[in-house]
Ligand binder design. Structure first.
Ligand SMILES: [Mn+2]
Length: 410
Protein backbone atom coordinates (compact mmCIF):
# COMPACT_ATOMS: atom_id res chain seq x y z
CA UNK A 1 0.00 0.00 0.00
CA UNK A 2 1.44 3.41 -0.92
CA UNK A 3 0.11 6.80 0.06
CA UNK A 4 -1.91 8.76 -2.50
CA UNK A 5 0.64 11.52 -3.23
CA UNK A 6 3.37 8.91 -3.60
CA UNK A 7 1.23 6.90 -5.96
CA UNK A 8 0.53 10.01 -8.01
CA UNK A 9 4.21 10.86 -8.16
CA UNK A 10 4.97 7.33 -9.25
CA UNK A 11 2.34 7.56 -11.95
CA UNK A 12 3.75 10.83 -13.25
CA UNK A 13 7.23 9.40 -13.08
CA UNK A 14 6.34 6.36 -15.15
CA UNK A 15 3.74 7.82 -17.46
CA UNK A 16 5.67 10.85 -18.68
CA UNK A 17 8.53 8.90 -20.25
CA UNK A 18 5.98 6.49 -21.61
CA UNK A 19 4.14 9.27 -23.44
CA UNK A 20 7.39 10.70 -24.70
CA UNK A 21 8.64 7.39 -25.97
CA UNK A 22 5.47 7.00 -28.04
CA UNK A 23 6.30 10.16 -29.97
CA UNK A 24 9.86 8.92 -30.30
CA UNK A 25 8.54 5.62 -31.59
CA UNK A 26 6.37 7.43 -34.14
CA UNK A 27 9.35 9.46 -35.30
CA UNK A 28 11.52 6.35 -35.55
CA UNK A 29 8.89 4.61 -37.65
CA UNK A 30 8.70 7.67 -39.90
CA UNK A 31 12.46 7.45 -40.44
CA UNK A 32 12.01 3.81 -41.42
CA UNK A 33 9.34 4.80 -43.92
CA UNK A 34 11.60 7.48 -45.37
CA UNK A 35 14.47 4.98 -45.70
CA UNK A 36 12.20 2.57 -47.56
CA UNK A 37 10.84 5.33 -49.80
CA UNK A 38 14.34 6.52 -50.70
CA UNK A 39 15.16 3.06 -52.03
CA UNK A 40 12.17 3.05 -54.40
CA UNK A 41 12.43 6.52 -55.99
CA UNK A 42 10.54 6.71 -59.28
CA UNK A 43 6.82 7.20 -59.70
CA UNK A 44 4.40 7.37 -56.80
CA UNK A 45 0.63 7.58 -56.60
CA UNK A 46 -0.75 9.69 -53.78
CA UNK A 47 -4.37 8.96 -52.88
CA UNK A 48 -6.01 11.50 -50.60
CA UNK A 49 -9.35 12.59 -49.15
CA UNK A 50 -11.48 15.42 -50.52
CA UNK A 51 -11.60 18.02 -47.76
CA UNK A 52 -9.11 20.45 -46.18
CA UNK A 53 -7.34 17.81 -44.08
CA UNK A 54 -7.04 15.48 -47.07
CA UNK A 55 -5.73 18.28 -49.27
CA UNK A 56 -3.24 19.71 -46.75
CA UNK A 57 -1.88 16.28 -45.83
CA UNK A 58 -1.47 15.42 -49.52
CA UNK A 59 0.27 18.74 -50.25
CA UNK A 60 2.75 18.09 -47.42
CA UNK A 61 3.53 14.53 -48.48
CA UNK A 62 3.77 15.57 -52.13
CA UNK A 63 6.42 18.19 -51.34
CA UNK A 64 8.45 15.63 -49.37
CA UNK A 65 8.16 12.93 -52.05
CA UNK A 66 9.14 15.34 -54.82
CA UNK A 67 12.15 16.45 -52.82
CA UNK A 68 13.14 12.78 -52.57
CA UNK A 69 13.03 12.64 -56.35
CA UNK A 70 9.61 11.13 -56.94
CA UNK A 71 7.25 11.94 -59.80
CA UNK A 72 3.96 12.19 -57.93
CA UNK A 73 0.51 11.58 -59.37
CA UNK A 74 -2.38 12.49 -57.07
CA UNK A 75 -5.87 11.01 -56.95
CA UNK A 76 -8.52 12.52 -54.72
CA UNK A 77 -11.33 10.29 -53.46
CA UNK A 78 -14.42 10.82 -51.34
CA UNK A 79 -14.73 7.06 -50.77
CA UNK A 80 -12.11 4.36 -51.26
CA UNK A 81 -13.68 2.29 -54.07
CA UNK A 82 -12.35 -1.30 -53.95
CA UNK A 83 -12.00 -1.32 -57.76
CA UNK A 84 -9.79 1.81 -57.60
CA UNK A 85 -7.73 0.32 -54.79
CA UNK A 86 -7.22 -2.88 -56.76
CA UNK A 87 -6.21 -1.14 -59.95
CA UNK A 88 -3.82 1.36 -58.35
CA UNK A 89 -2.10 -1.07 -56.01
CA UNK A 90 -1.62 -3.69 -58.70
CA UNK A 91 -0.15 -1.29 -61.25
CA UNK A 92 2.16 0.97 -59.19
CA UNK A 93 5.29 0.32 -57.18
CA UNK A 94 4.76 3.04 -54.61
CA UNK A 95 1.39 4.19 -53.28
CA UNK A 96 0.84 6.64 -50.45
CA UNK A 97 -2.50 7.39 -48.78
CA UNK A 98 -3.30 10.49 -46.76
CA UNK A 99 -6.41 11.03 -44.60
CA UNK A 100 -7.95 7.89 -46.13
CA UNK A 101 -7.06 4.19 -46.06
CA UNK A 102 -6.92 3.51 -42.32
CA UNK A 103 -10.10 1.48 -42.34
CA UNK A 104 -8.85 -0.82 -45.10
CA UNK A 105 -5.40 -1.92 -43.91
CA UNK A 106 -6.01 -5.66 -44.41
CA UNK A 107 -7.32 -5.12 -47.92
CA UNK A 108 -4.38 -2.83 -48.75
CA UNK A 109 -1.93 -5.44 -47.42
CA UNK A 110 -3.55 -8.09 -49.54
CA UNK A 111 -3.27 -5.98 -52.69
CA UNK A 112 0.28 -4.70 -52.15
CA UNK A 113 2.72 -6.90 -54.10
CA UNK A 114 5.93 -8.16 -52.46
CA UNK A 115 8.10 -5.82 -54.54
CA UNK A 116 5.93 -2.78 -53.88
CA UNK A 117 5.67 -0.25 -51.08
CA UNK A 118 2.53 1.27 -49.55
CA UNK A 119 2.40 3.99 -46.91
CA UNK A 120 -0.78 5.08 -45.10
CA UNK A 121 -0.68 8.44 -43.31
CA UNK A 122 -4.02 8.89 -41.61
CA UNK A 123 -5.76 9.44 -38.27
CA UNK A 124 -8.96 7.40 -38.54
CA UNK A 125 -9.55 4.16 -36.61
CA UNK A 126 -7.19 1.43 -37.73
CA UNK A 127 -5.21 -1.74 -37.00
CA UNK A 128 -1.41 -2.14 -37.17
CA UNK A 129 0.06 -3.40 -40.44
CA UNK A 130 1.35 -6.97 -40.47
CA UNK A 131 3.43 -6.65 -43.63
CA UNK A 132 6.87 -5.05 -43.72
CA UNK A 133 6.28 -3.29 -47.05
CA UNK A 134 3.01 -1.71 -45.84
CA UNK A 135 3.52 1.12 -43.34
CA UNK A 136 0.59 2.37 -41.33
CA UNK A 137 1.54 5.70 -39.76
CA UNK A 138 -1.39 6.59 -37.54
CA UNK A 139 -1.42 8.46 -34.18
CA UNK A 140 -3.93 5.89 -32.86
CA UNK A 141 -1.14 3.29 -32.91
CA UNK A 142 1.14 5.49 -30.77
CA UNK A 143 -1.15 6.29 -27.87
CA UNK A 144 -2.89 9.33 -29.36
CA UNK A 145 -6.51 9.79 -30.34
CA UNK A 146 -7.05 10.52 -34.00
CA UNK A 147 -10.22 12.53 -33.45
CA UNK A 148 -8.62 14.66 -30.72
CA UNK A 149 -4.81 14.83 -30.91
CA UNK A 150 -3.77 14.74 -34.55
CA UNK A 151 -5.21 15.47 -37.96
CA UNK A 152 -3.85 13.60 -40.97
CA UNK A 153 -2.15 16.89 -41.92
CA UNK A 154 -0.32 16.99 -38.61
CA UNK A 155 0.98 13.46 -39.14
CA UNK A 156 1.90 14.34 -42.74
CA UNK A 157 3.71 17.43 -41.47
CA UNK A 158 5.76 15.43 -38.96
CA UNK A 159 6.59 13.02 -41.77
CA UNK A 160 7.71 15.84 -44.10
CA UNK A 161 9.77 17.39 -41.32
CA UNK A 162 11.41 14.05 -40.48
CA UNK A 163 12.60 13.97 -44.08
CA UNK A 164 13.77 17.58 -44.17
CA UNK A 165 13.83 19.92 -41.18
CA UNK A 166 13.43 22.88 -43.56
CA UNK A 167 9.90 21.77 -44.36
CA UNK A 168 8.86 23.09 -40.95
CA UNK A 169 8.04 26.27 -42.86
CA UNK A 170 4.93 24.33 -43.98
CA UNK A 171 3.66 23.95 -40.40
CA UNK A 172 0.72 26.23 -41.30
CA UNK A 173 -0.68 23.44 -43.50
CA UNK A 174 -0.89 21.13 -40.49
CA UNK A 175 -2.80 23.84 -38.66
CA UNK A 176 -5.22 24.44 -41.54
CA UNK A 177 -5.85 20.68 -41.85
CA UNK A 178 -6.42 20.45 -38.09
CA UNK A 179 -9.40 22.83 -38.18
CA UNK A 180 -11.65 19.75 -38.51
CA UNK A 181 -10.71 18.79 -34.94
CA UNK A 182 -12.71 21.12 -32.68
CA UNK A 183 -11.78 22.39 -29.22
CA UNK A 184 -8.54 23.28 -27.52
CA UNK A 185 -5.60 21.88 -29.56
CA UNK A 186 -3.99 18.87 -27.87
CA UNK A 187 -1.39 16.18 -28.48
CA UNK A 188 0.49 16.38 -31.76
CA UNK A 189 -1.74 19.19 -33.04
CA UNK A 190 -0.49 21.32 -30.17
CA UNK A 191 3.16 20.52 -30.87
CA UNK A 192 2.72 21.77 -34.43
CA UNK A 193 1.45 25.16 -33.24
CA UNK A 194 4.79 25.73 -31.49
CA UNK A 195 6.61 25.02 -34.77
CA UNK A 196 4.30 27.29 -36.75
CA UNK A 197 4.74 30.20 -34.32
CA UNK A 198 8.50 29.74 -34.25
CA UNK A 199 8.60 29.77 -38.05
CA UNK A 200 6.29 32.84 -38.04
CA UNK A 201 4.01 31.18 -40.60
CA UNK A 202 1.01 31.77 -38.34
CA UNK A 203 0.18 34.46 -35.83
CA UNK A 204 -2.28 34.56 -32.95
CA UNK A 205 -5.49 36.38 -33.71
CA UNK A 206 -7.72 36.42 -30.62
CA UNK A 207 -8.33 32.78 -29.72
CA UNK A 208 -7.56 31.61 -33.25
CA UNK A 209 -4.70 31.78 -35.74
CA UNK A 210 -4.08 33.61 -38.95
CA UNK A 211 -1.85 32.12 -41.64
CA UNK A 212 0.99 34.52 -42.23
CA UNK A 213 2.19 33.38 -45.63
CA UNK A 214 1.93 35.10 -49.01
CA UNK A 215 -1.42 34.37 -50.64
CA UNK A 216 -2.77 33.15 -47.32
CA UNK A 217 -3.39 36.23 -45.23
CA UNK A 218 -6.55 34.81 -43.74
CA UNK A 219 -7.69 32.86 -40.71
CA UNK A 220 -6.85 29.18 -40.78
CA UNK A 221 -10.57 28.44 -40.47
CA UNK A 222 -11.36 30.37 -43.65
CA UNK A 223 -8.41 28.75 -45.43
CA UNK A 224 -9.76 25.34 -44.49
CA UNK A 225 -13.26 26.21 -45.75
CA UNK A 226 -11.91 27.38 -49.11
CA UNK A 227 -9.82 24.23 -49.58
CA UNK A 228 -12.80 22.02 -48.75
CA UNK A 229 -15.07 23.88 -51.18
CA UNK A 230 -12.50 23.68 -53.99
CA UNK A 231 -11.88 19.97 -53.49
CA UNK A 232 -15.46 18.84 -52.88
CA UNK A 233 -17.78 21.19 -54.78
CA UNK A 234 -15.15 21.75 -57.49
CA UNK A 235 -14.21 18.06 -57.65
CA UNK A 236 -15.07 17.61 -61.38
CA UNK A 237 -13.76 21.06 -62.34
CA UNK A 238 -10.06 20.84 -61.40
CA UNK A 239 -10.88 22.10 -57.92
CA UNK A 240 -8.62 19.56 -56.25
CA UNK A 241 -5.66 20.57 -58.41
CA UNK A 242 -6.28 24.21 -57.55
CA UNK A 243 -6.59 23.39 -53.84
CA UNK A 244 -3.31 21.43 -53.82
CA UNK A 245 -1.49 24.19 -55.67
CA UNK A 246 -2.86 26.84 -53.33
CA UNK A 247 -1.46 24.98 -50.31
CA UNK A 248 2.11 25.73 -51.28
CA UNK A 249 1.73 28.79 -53.53
CA UNK A 250 -1.09 30.64 -51.79
CA UNK A 251 -4.56 31.48 -53.13
CA UNK A 252 -4.52 33.53 -56.33
CA UNK A 253 -7.38 36.04 -56.82
CA UNK A 254 -8.75 33.75 -59.60
CA UNK A 255 -8.86 30.75 -57.29
CA UNK A 256 -10.57 32.77 -54.57
CA UNK A 257 -13.16 33.96 -57.06
CA UNK A 258 -13.70 30.41 -58.30
CA UNK A 259 -14.22 29.16 -54.74
CA UNK A 260 -16.79 31.90 -54.11
CA UNK A 261 -18.67 30.87 -57.21
CA UNK A 262 -18.66 27.23 -56.07
CA UNK A 263 -19.84 28.23 -52.61
CA UNK A 264 -22.74 30.16 -54.14
CA UNK A 265 -23.65 27.18 -56.32
CA UNK A 266 -23.77 24.85 -53.37
CA UNK A 267 -25.80 27.27 -51.26
CA UNK A 268 -28.34 27.53 -54.05
CA UNK A 269 -28.52 23.75 -54.47
CA UNK A 270 -28.91 23.21 -50.71
CA UNK A 271 -31.64 25.82 -50.49
CA UNK A 272 -33.56 24.40 -53.41
CA UNK A 273 -33.33 20.81 -52.15
CA UNK A 274 -34.45 21.89 -48.69
CA UNK A 275 -37.46 23.67 -50.21
CA UNK A 276 -38.38 20.58 -52.24
CA UNK A 277 -38.13 18.31 -49.20
CA UNK A 278 -40.11 20.75 -47.05
CA UNK A 279 -42.88 20.65 -49.66
CA UNK A 280 -42.79 16.94 -50.56
CA UNK A 281 -41.66 15.54 -47.22
CA UNK A 282 -39.26 12.65 -46.70
CA UNK A 283 -39.94 9.01 -47.56
CA UNK A 284 -40.51 7.05 -44.39
CA UNK A 285 -40.36 3.49 -43.08
CA UNK A 286 -40.63 2.38 -39.48
CA UNK A 287 -37.02 3.28 -38.58
CA UNK A 288 -35.78 5.30 -41.51
CA UNK A 289 -36.53 8.60 -43.27
CA UNK A 290 -34.85 9.11 -46.62
CA UNK A 291 -34.58 11.30 -49.71
CA UNK A 292 -32.96 11.24 -53.13
CA UNK A 293 -31.17 14.46 -54.08
CA UNK A 294 -31.98 13.83 -57.76
CA UNK A 295 -29.75 15.86 -60.06
CA UNK A 296 -29.49 18.86 -57.76
CA UNK A 297 -25.79 18.34 -56.96
CA UNK A 298 -24.82 17.51 -60.53
CA UNK A 299 -21.17 18.48 -61.30
CA UNK A 300 -20.30 18.55 -57.60
CA UNK A 301 -18.29 15.95 -55.69
CA UNK A 302 -20.28 13.50 -53.57
CA UNK A 303 -19.00 15.03 -50.33
CA UNK A 304 -21.67 17.74 -50.69
CA UNK A 305 -24.37 15.16 -49.94
CA UNK A 306 -22.86 14.53 -46.50
CA UNK A 307 -22.78 18.23 -45.67
CA UNK A 308 -26.41 18.62 -46.75
CA UNK A 309 -27.58 15.55 -44.82
CA UNK A 310 -25.84 16.83 -41.67
CA UNK A 311 -27.52 20.20 -42.06
CA UNK A 312 -30.89 18.57 -42.72
CA UNK A 313 -30.60 16.42 -39.58
CA UNK A 314 -30.96 19.59 -37.48
CA UNK A 315 -34.06 20.89 -39.31
CA UNK A 316 -37.56 20.60 -37.86
CA UNK A 317 -38.89 18.70 -40.89
CA UNK A 318 -36.97 15.59 -39.88
CA UNK A 319 -38.27 13.06 -37.40
CA UNK A 320 -35.85 13.25 -34.46
CA UNK A 321 -36.06 9.50 -33.71
CA UNK A 322 -35.50 8.02 -37.17
CA UNK A 323 -32.25 7.39 -39.05
CA UNK A 324 -31.83 9.96 -41.83
CA UNK A 325 -30.50 8.77 -45.18
CA UNK A 326 -29.74 10.66 -48.40
CA UNK A 327 -28.81 9.40 -51.88
CA UNK A 328 -26.89 11.01 -54.71
CA UNK A 329 -25.89 9.48 -58.02
CA UNK A 330 -22.11 9.60 -58.59
CA UNK A 331 -20.43 10.31 -61.91
CA UNK A 332 -18.26 7.46 -63.22
CA UNK A 333 -15.39 9.84 -63.70
CA UNK A 334 -12.62 10.07 -61.11
CA UNK A 335 -10.31 12.95 -62.07
CA UNK A 336 -6.73 11.79 -62.54
CA UNK A 337 -7.81 8.14 -62.54
CA UNK A 338 -10.35 7.38 -65.22
CA UNK A 339 -13.78 5.79 -65.16
CA UNK A 340 -15.38 3.53 -62.57
CA UNK A 341 -16.64 0.23 -63.95
CA UNK A 342 -20.16 0.69 -62.58
CA UNK A 343 -22.65 3.43 -61.77
CA UNK A 344 -22.82 4.09 -58.07
CA UNK A 345 -24.98 5.99 -55.63
CA UNK A 346 -23.51 7.73 -52.60
CA UNK A 347 -25.35 7.07 -49.34
CA UNK A 348 -25.10 9.51 -46.43
CA UNK A 349 -26.58 8.66 -43.07
CA UNK A 350 -27.02 10.80 -39.98
CA UNK A 351 -28.67 10.39 -36.59
CA UNK A 352 -30.90 13.34 -35.61
CA UNK A 353 -30.80 14.48 -31.94
CA UNK A 354 -33.36 12.08 -30.42
CA UNK A 355 -31.88 9.07 -32.14
CA UNK A 356 -28.39 10.20 -31.21
CA UNK A 357 -29.29 9.89 -27.53
CA UNK A 358 -30.70 6.39 -28.08
CA UNK A 359 -27.51 5.34 -29.89
CA UNK A 360 -25.37 6.73 -27.08
CA UNK A 361 -27.47 4.81 -24.54
CA UNK A 362 -27.16 1.62 -26.57
CA UNK A 363 -30.91 1.42 -27.28
CA UNK A 364 -30.43 1.78 -31.05
CA UNK A 365 -27.50 0.44 -33.13
CA UNK A 366 -24.73 2.86 -34.21
CA UNK A 367 -24.51 3.83 -37.87
CA UNK A 368 -20.91 2.60 -37.96
CA UNK A 369 -22.33 -0.90 -37.53
CA UNK A 370 -25.49 -1.04 -39.64
CA UNK A 371 -24.60 1.22 -42.57
CA UNK A 372 -21.53 -0.78 -43.73
CA UNK A 373 -23.51 -3.99 -43.28
CA UNK A 374 -26.45 -2.76 -45.37
CA UNK A 375 -24.10 -1.45 -48.10
CA UNK A 376 -22.22 -4.72 -48.12
CA UNK A 377 -25.43 -6.73 -48.59
CA UNK A 378 -26.17 -4.81 -51.79
CA UNK A 379 -22.74 -4.92 -53.42
CA UNK A 380 -21.42 -1.69 -51.95
CA UNK A 381 -19.26 -0.58 -49.05
CA UNK A 382 -19.36 1.97 -46.26
CA UNK A 383 -17.78 3.23 -43.05
CA UNK A 384 -18.12 5.97 -40.46
CA UNK A 385 -18.86 6.91 -36.89
CA UNK A 386 -21.74 6.10 -34.56
CA UNK A 387 -23.94 9.05 -35.56
CA UNK A 388 -22.58 9.86 -39.03
CA UNK A 389 -21.60 7.39 -41.73
CA UNK A 390 -21.53 7.08 -45.48
CA UNK A 391 -21.10 4.55 -48.20
CA UNK A 392 -21.60 3.66 -51.81
CA UNK A 393 -24.03 1.20 -53.45
CA UNK A 394 -24.71 0.29 -57.09
CA UNK A 395 -27.42 2.31 -58.86
CA UNK A 396 -30.88 0.75 -58.69
CA UNK A 397 -30.78 -0.95 -55.29
CA UNK A 398 -31.75 2.12 -53.24
CA UNK A 399 -35.20 0.95 -52.15
CA UNK A 400 -33.95 -2.56 -51.29
CA UNK A 401 -31.11 -0.96 -49.37
CA UNK A 402 -33.58 1.04 -47.27
CA UNK A 403 -35.54 -2.12 -46.55
CA UNK A 404 -32.38 -3.96 -45.45
CA UNK A 405 -31.28 -1.01 -43.33
CA UNK A 406 -34.72 -0.77 -41.73
CA UNK A 407 -34.57 -4.49 -40.79
CA UNK A 408 -31.02 -4.21 -39.44
CA UNK A 409 -32.17 -1.55 -36.96
CA UNK A 410 -34.36 -4.18 -35.30
MN1 LIG B 1 -9.02 14.08 -41.53
Amino acid sequence: MICAPCSMLLQVYFLLPLLKSRLKELKMDMERVIDSLRKMVGEAVLIHHDEADGVCSAALVKVALEKMGYMVKTICLDKLFPEVLEKILSSHRVTVFTDIGSAHVRKIEELTGEENLTVIIDHHDTVPSLKNNVFNINPELYGYKGERDASASTVAYLFAKSFDEKLSRLAYLAMVGSVEIPGEPSGLNKLVIEDALRESVVEKSGKEFKVNVEGFMLSRIRASQILTILASVGYYRSGVEKALESCTRGFTPEVLKFSEKLEEERKKANKSLLATLAKKGLNKTENVQWFDSGGIFKNMGSKVLGSFTSYLSYQSLVDSDKYLIGFMKISREIPGYGLLKKDYVKVSARAPSGLRRMIDEGVKPPLSKILPEACDKHGGFGDGHSVAASGVIPVGVEVDFIETFNKLVD
